[in-house]
Design a protein around this ligand. Structure first.
Ligand code: ZN
Length: 234
């Protein structure tokens, strides 16, 4: 059993009728619904408006893998909660950061760079699998098209990833390291670029398979429950 918490800012879906049409139950609702079909996963959801953004010590202690989608409220996100999530990732909780969560306080704290990139609305993407041997790429074709997607392009200011599993090519000419893994402390991190809120990207079977694979991979065996400290060897 893998305990998964799907966290979403849940702002666009309530502010925009067009986005609400695509994600009537929120992006978190869509992701939770397809993950729930997997009997190995136990899913809960949390959103920005909940006390402590729904990411209390109790919830994080009971989470093997946390998924986050955020955009407009990133600067309003609690520093205290971001620090708490960072602590749990260092202790072994897996983290999947989706699309515009590249600029979340959580990811910036964990990775330490500006996480800036280039972007443009209204493009289309061909996603290439550039590390086919990785467990996150299991069952994913060599490439597939996302008919409508926001362009994210290089330079993407991230630390050197452990693996670049997916590379995006956009019809407008840009390329992007779209699916990257990192390790921090005992924790495994996967950043995955597709998922702009105006397009039904999380309804695509290939995208759902990648996220399912990522949940399995980010759950790093037995969860360490203690913080990393210096150990004197005698
Ligand atoms: Zn976007």
């Amino acid at each position: 059993m893998i305990k998964v918490t799907v966290w979403n800012e849940y702002y666009h879906e309530r502010e925009s009728a067009d986005v609400a049409k695509i994600y009537p139950d929120g992006i978190h609702g869509c992701i939770a619904a397809f993950l729930e079909k997997d009997e190995e996963f136990q899913i809960r959801t949390a959103t920005f408006d909940m006390p402590e953004h729904g990411l209390t010590e109790e919830v994080l202690s009971d989470t093997d893998v946390l998924l986050i989608w955020s955009h407009l409220l990133q600067e309003e996100f609690s520093d205290e909660v971001a620090a708490r999530v960072q602590k749990h990732v260092l202790m072994g909780m897996g983290l999947i950061a989706l699309h515009s969560a590249h600029l979340s306080k959580i990811l910036r704290r964990l990775l330490g760079t500006s996480m800036t990139l280039c972007w443009r609305h209204d493009d289309s993407e061909r996603l290439f699998c550039t590390t086919p041997s990785h467990p996150i790429a299991k069952g994913i074709p060599q490439s597939f098209d996302i008919p409508k997607e926001e362009m994210y392009g290089e330079y993407f200011d991230i630390p050197k990833p452990d693996d670049i599993i997916f590379t995006g090519w956009f019809a407008g000419g840009a390329v992007f390291r779209s699916g990257c893994t990192f390790t921090r402390g005992y924790g495994r991190i996967f950043y995955f670029q597709p998922g702009h809120e105006e397009y039904p990207v999380y309804q695509m079977p290939e995208i759902q398979q990648i996220i399912r694979n990522a949940v399995r991979w980010c759950r790093n065996g037995e969860r360490k429950q203690e913080e990393l400290t210096c150990v004197q060897i005698v």
